[in-house]
Design a binder for this molecule. Sequence first.
Ligand code: NAP
Length: 349
Amino acid sequence: MKERIPVAVLGATGAVGQRIVAMVAGHPWFRLDAVGASERSAGKAYQDAARWLLPEPMPEEARALTVRPCDPGALRQPLVFSALDADAAGPIEEAFEAAGRLVVTNARNHRMRADVPLVVPEVNGAHLDLVAGRPGAIVTNPNCSTIGLVMALAPLWERFGLEAVSVVTMQALSGAGYPGVPSMDMIDNVVPFISGEEQKLEAEPRKIFGRVTRGTVVPAELALSASCNRVPVSDGHLLRVSVKLGARAQRRDLEEAWIRWRGWEGARKLPSSPELALAYRSEPDRPQPRLDRDAGGGMTVSVGRLEPDSVLDYRFAALVHNTIRGAAGGTLLLAELALSRGLGSLAAV
Ligand code: NAP
């Protein structure tokens, strides 16, 4: 790439937005050109508006940027990352789409829209073709737990088929943004409720494993049941998953499917692609959030604890770093894939 593409980050002051800002700074293809947030932050220097939450220092090129309102007239960059609160994201992202920009978003608002791709690059990167040839488009990153789930399921789906999946999540605090769930609710506690999460986990994988026909996605036939819990872990969602396969398979067949899986080839050699998208852990007590969330720089999903299941066929555990692979890092990888396929007005850059 001769020149780095100027990008705007919407919701740049939030937990996910900050990670995107940190990842865009120093990215080989992108240049941080503008930051947007709410009216509360607009007009301030980014270093004053953002309560910086990451261990590494705020990137130098971000500090002095003036936070802009999230309006395509004020932010003219061809590529827009959105980490907006879902209460605000819907019409704002549509306005950028209508203005001919490529919007790559973490927000849930447009994920299930028929003409919007919902993509995990290694699993269904080809779904991006839904927006091929459109000057403005929205492409969406799935829910953070969905990403971990579909990456763990993809090798099984591709090799044996799946009839039914039951998943119980233990989700980290950072998934609720900042300041998130009050400490008095979380210390010495587990909260068996995350608003809307179970519905997302039951709907999104069907679209991701679906088939693109005539400009829309036909969802996959797959029975899914999800139960979601918030636990006092800082980062890293742990999922316990039980599956009924479409074909008979031995335990070693599942292990081999995970170990050999490299994901869709178009997504393998991008700047944010981890060496291994999926890591199989054979130890009896892995994966664990504290020990495994940073695998592959937070971009590798870890699976393990494979056992026969007495109700369905097999059960296992999967771990995803929710703010890296599940949000900011996943979004960057998705934008890299979109760019490598010549999507949006980027084709002209
Ligand atoms: P957050 O920390 O609450 O940040 C929200 C951002 O949205 C802030 O920059 C905020 O700006 C901005 N905002 C709020 N209302 C706005 C408005 N009316 N106009 C313009 N900007 C507005 O949330 P987060 O955890 O980073 O999550 C961001 C998005 O990613 C959400 O849609 C979330 O569901 C999704 N997501 C999060 C995770 C995760 O692990 N945290 C994972 C996957 C997806 P101010 O600072 O000015 O208020």
